[in-house]
Design a protein around this ligand. Structure first.
Ligand SMILES: Nc1nc2c(c(=O)[nH]1)N[C@H]1C(S)=C(S)[C@@H](COP(=O)(O)O)O[C@H]1N2
Ligand SMILES: [Mo]
Length: 206
């Protein structure tokens, strides 16, 4: 299997304001959903040449990659040395064919969870539709059967129980972003909270 290690020995490991944890905390809004793989689909929609609705078997047939990385939660825990394996996000995006107008993505997950990020942060070699952690299938509470992994941003961008990417010309805030979290979320720049946007907040939940 293809491997990527995003841990940079020439770079400090702990972003500002973070504390190391050895355990892997479980953190999410709502309950752990039960995912039925017979009806499960991964949708790539919006500014793409070929909108996708991948069945579980179609996703499983794609080549795998392993990513070793640190993960950083905005609630200030950092966990070093995690190895995930799954389908490279860049392969899924290439299969859909990103249109030139696409500049942002809204990531969709079970139960209406969403998170947004610039396309350049989503379309990166280390990012995965992660299926396993340290060689074991990803546990349901950590987003199994499949979660997004975007290790260079705060971990709320790594949507658990991910179900799709919507490519957009303009940035559209997701669940935590509408509640004040940062539109990008770079832990090295401590992009924890964004500027409140009164117009967007008034729109309310979708
Ligand atoms: N679907 C979904 N994904 C989510 C969340 C959530 O509430 N729902 N929380 C995010 C946050 S804030 C964090 S820190 C990580 C936690 O992942 P973990 O429970 O595997 O540590 O999941 C992220 N992905
Ligand atoms: Mo988080």
């Amino acid at each position: 299997m293809d491997r990527i290690d995003v841990r940079d020995p020439g770079h400090p490991r702990l972003p500002p304001g973070q504390v190391v944890t050895r355990k892997w905390p479980v953190l999410h809004y709502g309950i752990v959903p039960s995912v039925d793989l017979r009806t499960w689909r991964f949708a790539v929609t919006g500014a793409v040449e070929r909108p996708l609705s991948l069945h579980w078997e179609e996703l499983m047939a794609m080549p795998r990659r392993e990513t070793s990385c640190d993960i950083h939660c905005v609630t200030r825990w950092t966990r070093f040395d995690n190895t995930f394996a799954g389908i490279p996000v860049e392969a899924v995006l290439a299969r859909a064919g990103v249109r030139p107008g696409a500049a942002f993505a809204l990531v969709h997950a079970e139960q209406g969870y969403t998170t947004n990020l610039p396309l350049g942060d989503l379309d990166r070699p280390a990012n995965l539709l992660a299926l396993s952690f340290d060689g074991e299938p990803l546990a349901p509470e950590h987003g199994g059967p499949v979660r997004l992994l975007v290790p260079h941003l705060y971990f709320w961008k790594s949507a658990k129980w991910v179900t799709g990417f919507e490519l957009l010309g303009e940035d559209d805030p997701g669940f935590w972003e509408r509640n004040g979290y940062h539109m990008r979320g770079d832990p090295w720049r401590e992009e924890r909270f964004g500027r409140p946007d009164p117009v967007r907040m008034r729109r309310g939940p979708r």
